[in-house]
Design a protein. Structure first.
Length: 141
């Protein structure tokens, strides 16, 4: 587990249908996810109903940016920690629902998230102790 937050019974969580507008360098918050079977991501990826190895640079985007699957298998460029990496969009970080088995009992995703595999964090050169949250920018690759 990557120390994912679990929902608190009775707590209401904000939900979002939209994400911030896209620009050449869209600000976002990078989070850590495992897209492997039995990983933090819960079920298989939305785009292809498959699991993905932690050593593959893949990401999930907040609902608005995910665009009903319109970005599936597209590549995005992530800039952070003075480096850049290209990753493939394979999943949605759902901003409209959460707190159930499909979402690993995690709260709904904020609307500005790029949820990335370990390979993305490694490529950005972030020390493992600091994995979990990083201010980044991203654009279509």
């Amino acid at each position: 587990m990557n120390d994912s937050d679990c929902c608190v019974a009775g707590k209401m969580y904000p939900t979002y249908k939209c994400s911030p507008p896209l620009s050449g360098n869209t600000k976002a918050y990078l989070t850590l996810n495992s897209f492997e079977k039995n990983g933090d991501g819960g079920g298989p990826s939305e785009c292809d109903n498959q699991y993905h190895n932690d050593n593959t640079p893949v990401v999930a985007l907040s609902t608005g940016w995910y665009n009903n699957g319109g970005r599936c298998h597209n590549h995005i460029r992530i800039n952070g920690n003075g480096r850049s990496v290209v990753a493939m969009v394979v999943d949605e970080c759902n901003s409209t629902e959460g707190c159930d088995a499909d979402h690993d009992y995690q709260p709904p995703c904020p609307n500005n998230i790029v949820d990335a595999s370990k390979a993305v964090w490694k490529a950005l050169g972030v020390p493992e102790d600091n994995w979990g949250g990083l201010d980044i920018t991203w654009s279509d690759a």
